[in-house]
Every structure is written in structure tokens, then in C-alpha cells.
Design a protein around this ligand. Sequence first.
Ligand code: AMP
Length: 599
Amino acid sequence: MTEQSSLPETETTFDSLNLADPVTKALGTLGYETPSPIQARTIPLLLEGRDVVGLAQTGTGKTAAFALPVLSKLAEADQTYKSPQVLVLAPTRELALQVAEAFSSYAEHVPSASVVPVYGGSSYGPQLAGLRRGAAIVVGTPGRVIDHLEKGSLDLSDLKYLVLDEADEMLRMGFAEDVDRILSSAPEDKQTALFSATMPKAIQRITGDYLKDPVQVHVDGQSKPAQNIRQRYLQVTQPWKLEAMTRLLETENTDGIIAFVRTRNMTEELTSKLVARGFTAAAISGDIPQNIREKTVEDLRKGRIDILVATDVAARGLDVERISHVVNYDIPHDTSSYVHRIGRTGRAGRQGDAILLMTPRERYLLRSIEKATKQSVEEMQLPTLDEVNASRRAAFSEDITKTIAAHAEDEELSVYRDLVSNYIEQHDIAAVDIAAALALMAQGGRPLEADEPDLPPLNLRGRRKEQQGAERGSRPKRATKEGHATYWIAVGHKDRVGPGNIVGAIANEGNLDISDIGDITIRPTFSLVELPENLSHKQENALKNATVAGRKLNLRLDRGAPSGGFSPRGSQGGGSDSSRGQKKKQRWSKAKKRQEQNY
Ligand code: AMP
């Protein structure tokens, strides 16, 4: 097997990869700016027609590494397909669905590339219908793929590309025999890519038996962060990242900050949310012209802004001494990009702080960063509202001290000094009362302290509280994509469901395409799913009765939160709730609203 070096490929761009235009267009919509290292190495090889063994885990961008070249070839062939051209094998139903979803989003402008997921534990009907319609891409778990082969519903005779995703996991789960059977029933002249986090003997055997002169691609940066950077991580669930970021910004002793995100779109989104919360932030991404980027960096250097929200590309080589903190708002795809990102702080021999916001599913990426850098990243806890308030009080005092120091000698302060002494003489009021009134005026109606009960805990320390909070709190009606509406379903975290389970059931039972299913928000006892607004009666009924994790979905249109509180189960919440509970609900929601407006 040929081996490729593991040096990071920093200069590759999507344009230089020669992907078909419809595929590049989809990447533009998704806001992907540069290929991740596994993509930069794998895409050219797959486009060249080589077999590839990729040593990579989820989170490194490996799905796009195989999906983009394959879709590119389908786009260029520009045909309609009666039988599958691409088969992706994945170890679990969740991964199969995730890969199918990713394929669909990358295939937005490749009409011939229809995707059907097939996996065990759910009825055959919709899968059969999907296959019969002529899916070009099938993503499935090995057992169910074998079932379909045996039934004659899956025809591999025309297969051009076969991908084994998380191959080591597939073997660990006992699929070795199935994988062998599938590989040997696929045509000889297909192209094969195998992805695996590890290379045990069994994988080497499969590689030797079924892949043709494969190139092994291995990406994991060997570099190390500097010792003067303190590395911490905060575990937080996706919906609470912004709140976590805000609290960090209020409680950490920061100067300049870079917040790293994955996509161009996200630089804009996070910047506007931070600005709305009163921070001075600006976005830089590869899209922004060089002169404007330089001006923005200069603004950070001079302290005209405090936060730069950036993608990897835009922040390459950036050297600004006052950057005290790097926040990895989105975890990077690989170790070398982590090391590069956090190296933006701790410049000129100063101390630096790197904080990583990590969702529970991304823990293994942190582990691989720790392993590659041979350094451990310290866990930190989410600052409480008490801590936020203490910081606000301290900042308030500091502002007074600074203002007095800065204007001790000049006229400006003495004008006000005279005004205040005159006021004291005329009104016989203590200086402290006047100062308090002025402080209130200076606050411009914003409360200095957050006096609401704490928001639901944002990390996993207190899931129960999160559950209570989310169920009590007001919930704004969500903005949905055109032609879509938000539907409520009766399963949530407590049923241990993930987006994969929900997508699978809805796609199958509602006879919907995966691309019809929009955002999914999983709450403790229920979830919200964006689906086409014009579901037929038949589809609605099927989805009402469909089950996930043994629970009926009871799908219905979501009407957002009723004012004054939200009861996830219609009227059920009202009766048993005491009026104290009701008041608390209102206080919580009012406080939250205030906090959102005034932060
Ligand atoms: P994967 O390892 O394929 O599961 O991808 C992990 C995450 O990274 C997914 O959310 C992808 O949408 C995202 N992603 C993959 N490639 C890129 C890229 N080149 N730029 C930005 N995000 C990406």
C-alpha cells in the first residue's frame, strides 16, 4: 500500500480540487471555506480513480472526503440511474442516516444523485419504495444491505463506488462476514474507499483482499501548542453555546479574543449575535476582501473591537499581541488546526488562554487532540449567574476608577464636579444618592445584575435542571425554511433519541426524502422538526402513529409557546402546576427575554 505523509495541507482550496460545479455550489451554500486535511488529501485521489484507505474519525470531515468526489463524478456523468452507483456501508443506523443526510446536502444541485438509507430495526416498505424509485446512492448498515441483496431489492451489478465507513467499528460490531459478502458480490471494477480510526489486522486483511493498490491517507498533526497557553474545555450542548460564550466573555479576564467557527456563514451569525448582546465583534472569513480583513485585524489590534470571529483561513498567521483568549466556538477538524488556532494567543511571550466549547458527541475529537499533542486540556465549568453578576459589579467599579484616573487633570470632569456640588447644595442630598442616580442613568435602562433565576445549566452537570428549565421557559415560535412548518413530536431526550432516530422514522413512515427534513430540536420531553407544510393526510396520519424508541410520535403542527408559559403536553401542564409555579414560569420567561434584550 502506498502511504501519504501526514503533513497538514494548509494551502489547498476547494477550487483547486476540481470538483464539479454543482458540488462546489452546494459547498458555497453550506459555507464551507476550505477542505479539512482528510478532504484535501482524499478528494484528489478519489477523483483520480484510486482506491483509498483513510485513517480518520467522525468529525474530521471524512463524509465530505468521500461524498464530494463521488458526487462530482455523478454530476459529470449527468445520467439518470436505475440501479445504485454508490454504496456506503456504515456500522449503525445513526451513522447511516447522518451520512445519507450529508450526501443529500452536498447533492443539492446534482439531481441524479438520489440517496436512500437502509438500516435494520425499521420496516422494509419505505426502503423498498426508495430502492425501487432508482436510488443512485444507498447508505446502509451491513445486515440490512445483505437482507436487500437476498430479497433481490438491491442490485449491485452497476455499482461504481463502494465506501466502508468506520470499518473498524463495523468489524467490532460483528459485521465481518457481512462485509466480506457484500464486497465480494460487488463488481470487480468498482472504486473502493475504506475509512477507519484504527488499522487492526482484520482491516488490513480486508484492504489486502478487496482494494486495488490503495493509497493510505493519514492525517493527524504532530505539532504541539506552546507551554504558555492554558488550555481548557467546557462541555456544553449545542443550543446553549451562545449563552456559554457570553458568560465566558463576561467572567474571563479578557483583552482581545478570537472565536473560531467552521463556516463563513457562522462567522456572520455569531458576530451579529454577539453584537446584539453588546460586545464589540467583527467577522473575518476567506470571503472578505483582503483590505477589509486587514482593517478588521487593525481594529482588533487597536482595541476598537474586542472579538474577532474567524474561520481558519482568515486567521492564518494572524499575530496580534493583545489576543488574550482563543475560543474554539466550533471544535476544529484536526489537531494541526487546533494547534494553529490556539497559537494566535500567547504571543510575544505573554500568557494565553484557549477555551474549547465541546458538545458531548465531540468528546472523542478532544481526546485525539490530547493524544496527538500529548497535553491534557483541563475541564472548566460554566460560570454561574452569580459569577456573571460579580464580574459585572467589578467591571462597574473599574470603569469608575478608570474614568477618574483618565480625567483627573482635565476640564471635562471638573464641569460635572461643579454641577454635582451645586446640586448637593441646592437639594441637600447625599453625594452617594446622586452617584447612584447617575449610575442608573448611565446604565440606560439595562439592569446591572441579572436578577432572574439562573438559566438551565448549559453543560451536563445538571440535566434534570435543564429539563425543568426548558419545559418551564417560554419558547418563541421558530423561523422555518420556506415551504416548511415546525411540527411537534412526543419524543425527546428522556426517550434517548437522537436526530438520527427521528429522521429515520419520519423519512420511512412519512415516505419523505431526507432532504425534506429540516432542523430538529430535541428537548427533554419532546422535539421539534421542520417538515414540508403541505404534508398529505396520509403522511400526517402515518407520522402521528409512527413510533420512535417505543413511543408514538403524535405529530402535530407546533404553535410555539402559548404566552405565559409553555406546556409541552397541551393542557396537561396547567392543572397540576401551582400558581407559584406559574409565577415562576412567567418570571423566568420575562427575565430571559430581558436578558436577551439587554445583555
Ligand atoms: P464528519 O467528520 O464528516 O462527520 O464532519 C464533521 C462536521 O464538519 C460536519 O458537521 C460537517 O458538516 C462539517 N464539515 C465537514 N467538512 C467541512 C469543511 N470543509 N468546512 C467546514 N465544515 C465542514
